[in-house]
Design a binder for this molecule. Structure first.
Ligand SMILES: Nc1ncnc2c1ncn2[C@@H]1O[C@H](COP(=O)(O)OP(=O)(O)OP(=O)(O)O)[C@@H](O)[C@H]1O
Length: 535
């Protein structure tokens, strides 16, 4: 019952989809682990027989069964880890797939740190739950039962008393230990997160402000948190680990021996040995299971984080097709909200192919929200965005990406070469094409240069070079020249206009820059929640 509860965090649609293909391999691994435990008990049985009868058969039996147990244990570990590795890889792919289908406004709630934690820490936290726990539970259920059967067969029902110290130790491990360990674990996790925050603030303090006071404040928090962490660890070792070690290694073994001896001394050495060996057989599986229980709450928390992420509603999509060139982009009675407020209300507008449109307007008017909706990355409250007459929600991500490219505001570069930044979205491009795009964006930089070293304005032009490179018929650019001087702005805007005119592209630019507005084929103003031609 409780194992079902432990796994309830895992039993939900997206996680079970990743887990399902791993189940046969996990079942094989779990079976092999149980067989390994049983063959080890078989070896113990043979060992007990050797005490009275040193025949070769029993001795070979001990060796063969121990070997079989070792092989089965390795096979169990290999197959459960292989199954878990497949599960983790599928889960990471599912996260990536879901991520590209989320609306832009949802993504603002999932910053880099949260996503990194989801893909690494949370997937890792499920490792123990998937790769180890099933085999540990099954072994814990089977091995003690068979041990009891052996004990009763050798020394009668009274031999069950031998199990008492083992049962007490197991109870201590499986019930009492997790309770105090969880209490300490919670404190440790809290202090760990304080350490991470302090390190983050320390680094940010140096990077953002270089203010000594901010750094030393963060450093002081770091020292205090690490001191508390060390103190917590010492307390944990004293109160939990030492007590557990004493209970299991000393008290339990001695008590088992005393009881085994008292009950079986009249039946001879073999019976005493059997009482001892099988009396201990309950402890090993419970120790392994107890070790796993520590990970259950971490695993359940990780499953909850992943489930919360998968529950974020994705943008609707279907598999409609649109022409690959000269497409009309159209807002039809569109109403858009950003947070609680309406930013666009019942607006109609047709962005014609072969035209460069510039949209300006007051800060916070909703221009970015409109541009994201034109890219199909925000859902409309009512009305629709249409491409060649097809509602954007009828396209899948691939088709949307092939037809519409959005250059977001303040977009940064990947910390790799300029070449890789340019070929990320269009991998098959030759160097000559990449260099031509860089020239159009007025960026003089080597393709092998590291993009992390570019200035803010150069990074902006790297993003613009990607727009010159793409074959997508619709280009949407959010403040693409905010970091550029008027001369460069004018040159680039003219190049974009030439692109629109010569290749029939639909280009929409959101900009406060009067130079952009002056060059536009059509200049629109966002005013009172709609698009207007300025007077
Ligand atoms: N995810 C969000 N949740 C809540 N409010 C939001 C969200 N995104 C935008 N807003 C709000 O919606 C309004 C429009 O934002 P938007 O970024 O579209 O404006 P903008 O016209 O592009 O502004 P700017 O010119 O300053 O870039 C702003 O008031 C903003 O605070």
């Amino acid at each position: 019952m409780s194992s079902i509860k432990w796994y309830s965090g895992l039993i939900n649609e997206p996680l079970t989809a990743a887990l399902k293909p791993a189940l046969p391999m996990l079942a094989i691994g779990t079976l092999a682990a149980a067989l390994s435990g049983l063959t080890k008990l078989g070896a113990l049985w043979c060992l007990v027989q050797v005490i009275d009868d040193q025949s070769v058969t029993w001795i070979i039996g001990v060796g063969a069964l121990l070997l079989a147990s070792a092989i089965l244990s390795s096979a169990a570990s290999w197959s459960t880890h292989k199954a878990e590795a497949g599960f983790a890889a599928r889960l990471r792919r599912q996260v990536a797939k879901h991520l590209i289908r989320l609306p832009a406004s949802t993504l603002t709630r999932w910053d880099d740190k949260k996503l990194r934690s989801l893909l690494s820490n949370d997937v890792l936290s499920l490792h123990h739950l998937v790769a180890h726990l099933p085999a540990e539970i099954v072994t814990f259920a089977i091995v003690p039962l068979v041990s009891i059967a052996f004990l009763v067969a050798i020394s009668g029902l009274q031999a069950l008393l031998v199990l008492t110290p083992g049962a007490v130790a197991a109870l201590y491990y499986l019930w009492f230990m997790p309770k105090i360990s969880a209490r300490h674990g919670e404190q440790r996790a809290k202090v760990m997160s304080e350490i991470v925050t302090a390190v983050d603030e320390y680094v940010r303090g140096i990077r953002a402000s270089r203010i000594y006071g901010a750094q030393s404040g963060a450093l002081a928090s770091y020292h205090s948190a690490t001191d508390r962490f060390t103190h917590g660890m010492i307390t944990w070792v004293r109160k939990v680990a030492t007590a557990a070690a004493v209970a299991v290694s000393l008290l339990q073994a001695v008590a088992t021996f005393a009881i085994a001896y008292a009950i079986t001394y009249q039946q001879g050495t073999a019976a005493i040995a059997a009482g001892l060996f099988f009396g201990l057989a309950i402890v090993t599986p419970s120790l392994r299971l107890g070790h796993g229980l520590d990970y259950v709450s971490a695993g359940r928390n990780a499953a909850r984080h992943l489930t919360d992420f998968f529950r974020e509603p994705p943008l609707p999509s279907a598999n409609a097709r649109v022409p690959e060139s000269r497409v009309l982009l159209e807002a039809k009675a569109v109403t858009l909200t950003a947070g609680e407020q309406f930013v666009v209300e019942r607006t109609d507008y047709r962005f014609s192919p072969g035209t460069m449109t510039v949209i300006s307007g007051p800060s916070g008017a909703g221009k970015t929200t409109l541009l994201r909706a034109l890219a199909g990355l925000e859902q409309t409250l009512s009305g629709s965005m249409r491409l060649a007459g097809v509602d954007l929600v009828m396209l899948n991500e691939e088709a949307r990406h092939q037809t519409i490219r959005l250059l977001p505001q303040g977009s940064s570069a990947l910390l790799t070469s300029v070449r890789e930044n340019l070929t990320l979205a269009d991998p098959e491009q030759a160097d000559e094409k990449l260099e031509a795009a860089l020239r159009q964006a007025r960026l003089e930089v080597d393709l092998d240069a590291h993009a992390g070293n570019l200035s803010g304005g150069e990074m902006q032009r790297l993003g613009l070079a990607r727009m010159f490179l793409t074959s997508a018929p619709v280009l949407l650019l959010d403040e693409p020249t905010s970091a550029l001087d008027p001369d460069t702005t004018k040159h680039i805007i003219k190049s974009l206009q030439l692109l629109a005119h010569s290749q029939g592209k639909t280009i929409v630019i959101v900009s406060h820059d009067p130079v952009c507005a002056a060059e536009a084929d059509v200049h629109l103003q966002m005013q009172r929640n709609t698009l207007r031609v300025p007077e």
